[in-house]
Write a protein that binds this ligand. Structure first.
Ligand SMILES: Nc1ncnc2c1ncn2[C@@H]1O[C@H](COP(=O)(O)OP(=O)(O)O)[C@@H](O)[C@H]1O
Ligand SMILES: [Mg+2]
Length: 237
């Protein structure tokens, strides 16, 4: 329910073993709670551990130590099969490099998560079309990704992230490869999903201006959260 804690991570440590006896500690004990419906930004220098943290939040990776409850599910204890279901049902991912399947249409890309979830083809196709309309890609849905601009590809990726109606959107520098104007359009889509659909959004961004538009800004430095402040919560008027 809106306002309930949906992401609850405590003392998250991530180490990589780079050959015995060496190990590299990347995250040094992160506490992070996010409430359902919140729009949060994570900022920090390149190499500070933002993507590592995002991958743990998104259950693409497990922490070395720490506790993580995602919508009431103990992620550290959960089996791989359960984790892939959680990923598919509860989380939508958006990446800087879009990560679309290049040899099939934009529309089919949006259908894919629904196919994995076992949805029938007619329903899948209908929902994919609706989502493409929402992101303003109704005209170009039959094009392959390599026939689309960066901004168009990112809009397809956002439609795909929404496919299974997840409560959480995780976006790792989604505007990083886009010019300011196109980045603005993508950011406005996120505002829409937040304000109109109540989605919980965690956005990693290099742009201080875009971070200020979210409700809460966390600063990561060298694997630790060193600051937290309030943001505007909407695009500048
Ligand atoms: N698989 C890995 N093995 C060893 N080190 C890694 C691995 N993945 C990331 N790192 C290191 O972790 C640090 C944080 O990386 P990352 O989370 O990608 O930072 P950011 O997203 O903030 O740029 C970097 O120093 C990176 O080199
Ligand atoms: Mg990164």
């Amino acid at each position: 329910m809106k306002g309930d804690i949906i992401i609850d991570a405590k003392n998250i440590i991530k180490r990589y073993y780079i050959g015995q006896p060496n190990e590299l500690e990347i995250l040094h004990g992160i506490d992070l709670t996010v409430r359902e419906g919140e729009f949060v930004a994570i900022v920090g220098a390149s190499g500070s551990g933002k993507s590592t943290l995002m991958n743990i939040i998104g259950v693409l990776d497990k922490p070395t130590e720490g506790r993580y409850m995602l919508d009431g599910v103990d992620v550290v204890a959960a089996k791989d099969k359960e984790l892939s279901e959680i990923r598919n049902q509860k989380i939508g991912f958006v990446f800087q490099t879009y990560n679309l399947v290049s040899r099939t249409s934009a529309l089919k890309n949006v259908e894919l998560p629904m196919l994995y979830a076992g949805m029938k083809s007619g329903a899948r196709r209908r929902r994919a079309k609706q989502l493409m309309e929402i992101v303003g890609m109704g005209e170009r849905m039959h094009h392959n990704p390599d026939e689309l601009s960066g901004g168009q590809k990112q809009r397809v990726a956002i439609a795909r992230a929404m496919a299974n109606n997840p409560s959480i959107i995780l976006a790792d520098e989604p505007t990083g490869a886009l010019d300011t104007k196109t980045g603005r359009m993508v950011m406005d889509l996120f505002h829409g999903l937040h304000l109109e659909q109540g989605k919980t959004i965690v956005l990693i961004t290099h742009s201080p201006e875009l971070a200020e538009e979210t409700e809460r800004i966390l600063t990561l430095s060298d694997g630790m959260i060193i600051g937290e402040r309030r943001g505007l919560g909407h695009a500048p008027l």
